[in-house]
Design a binder for this molecule. Structure first.
Ligand code: BEZ
Length: 225
């Protein structure tokens, strides 16, 4: 996207500094920021699932491995109706140079937005880092937001361990599948595998159920007939 030298971009925000970590069920704070795909706001993604993830630093080995894998899986996220957006403290020019280096070395283009958060304003408003943080090198946080912008899952990994793209995809699919509240996703659930019924809270249902575990543990098929 071409920009002129004197172009003014309104990046003012209502972000509250030094918040506690965003909790499940809370609406993610809106922000507007520069990114590798132009100026983006969180609210642009309303109506779509979104994986918003931070990384400690551009041009680092584990982060590079993650971005290569996530970029290669981009179509699989799209097939789930899920957008991707990354975030780090590094400048937009650093992000652009890193994308170029990744393209040259790994033959894959990172074409989802990577936003710059040079003042840690977003990281602090989301509680990814504390109010006194001077860098974000310990931050490898992932937020899965539903189409209303509400946090449905989050993970926080150290700089030294990369995330699993397969698990990110599985998590999005599982969250989407149980979003209506009519079923539960058991350990390791993948699309098509059995789900679990939501147990009744009614004592008469509990006492009327067959002996054994059936009242709280009932597998239900996810297969399309
Ligand atoms: C990495 O992604 O490899 C990394 C990032 C920050 C500190 C150490 C390693």
């Amino acid at each position: 996207m071409a920009v002129t030298v004197n172009e003014r971009i309104d990046l003012s925000s209502d972000l509250v500094p030094s918040c506690p970590p965003l909790r499940l069920g809370e609406a993610a704070p809106n922000f507007t920021a520069r990114s590798t795909r132009g100026v983006v706001s969180l609210s642009d993604f309303r109506g779509r699932w979104l994986v918003l993830f931070s990384h400690p630093a551009d041009f680092t080995p584990v982060c590079t491995s993650e971005f290569v894998a996530i970029a290669r899986a981009h179509e699989r996220f799209s097939a789930l109706g899920c957008e991707l957006m990354a975030l780090s403290v590094d400048s937009l020019f650093s992000h652009l140079a890193w994308i170029r280096a990744i393209r040259d070395r790994f033959d894959v283009v990172v074409d989802f937005p990577i936003i710059e958060d040079p003042t840690l304003e977003i990281a602090q408003a989301y509680g990814m880092v504390g109010p006194d943080a001077v860098d974000a090198s310990a931050v490898r946080t992932t937020y899965v937001l539903d189409p209303e912008g509400v946090l449905r899952a989050s993970t926080c990994y150290p700089a030294s361990v990369g995330r699993s793209v397969e698990e990110m995809l599985r998590l999005v699919a599982a969250l989407q599948r149980v979003h209506g509240g009519e079923a539960l996703a058991p350990e390791g659930w993948v699309p098509g595998a059995d789900l679990l019924a939501v147990p009744s809270h009614d004592l008469s249902d509990v006492l009327a159920a067959p002996a054994g575990t059936d009242w709280f543990y009932t597998a239900i098929s996810d297969r399309k007939e």
